[in-house]
Design a protein around this ligand. Sequence first.
Ligand code: FMN
Length: 204
Amino acid sequence: MARIGIVYHSMYGSTYELANVLAEGIAKAGGDAHLRRVPDPLLPDEVKQMEGVAAAIEQQSHVTEATVDELPEFDGLIFGSPTRYGSKTAQMQNLMDQTGGLWQEGRLVGKPVGFFTGAATIHGGHESTILSLSTFAYHHGMVIVPVGYGVAEEVGSTRTGGSPYGPTHWSPMGDQKDGIDEDEREIALKYASHFNTLADKLAA
Ligand SMILES: Cc1cc2nc3c(=O)[nH]c(=O)nc-3n(C[C@H](O)[C@H](O)[C@H](O)COP(=O)(O)O)c2cc1C
């Protein structure tokens, strides 16, 4: 059974929601998924106290914090970050920037890796954020697992989130959409199953 780490950062909770769908998909496929929350030493206290942010912090308070030292212990890693100006968050970058020791020792070489994100607008950075997350994997020599168009047929028809690069969600402000929708969920579940199969094979 592959042990898979889902390492995510989420300020308002929607990336956490998508991380949970991925964990559900891995469990359904017979894998062993572990959520890990990226530590946030960067957010100012006044922002942490804002209504939506405080609620999301409380909602995720039970999730174990991600540590650099634990990353090599997983058979596969899936990283998730909200979009910030078309790129990943500084909090996720901060975690990745602490992996120099692992890089020097080649501890993540050959490990399967995937990425997921969310953005408030449909064309506001789903693909570019995943690409920005992925540079980490090239430098570590990891095996990048995308969704493509073959793993989930919904990738070709979704009108919201979901991409060939990785699972994504569209999280607009206001009442245009409520949570992860059916296409986003199906793409994430099918991707998780696919990822688990590959992680299992590579770990064998
Ligand atoms: C500083 C900042 C920059 C953002 N930049 C973008 C952006 O470039 N494109 C976009 O569609 N959404 C952008 N957003 C919205 C977030 O990506 C969106 O709310 C995200 O999906 C929330 O994820 P979370 O609920 O896990 O925190 C930005 C939000 C913040 C706070």
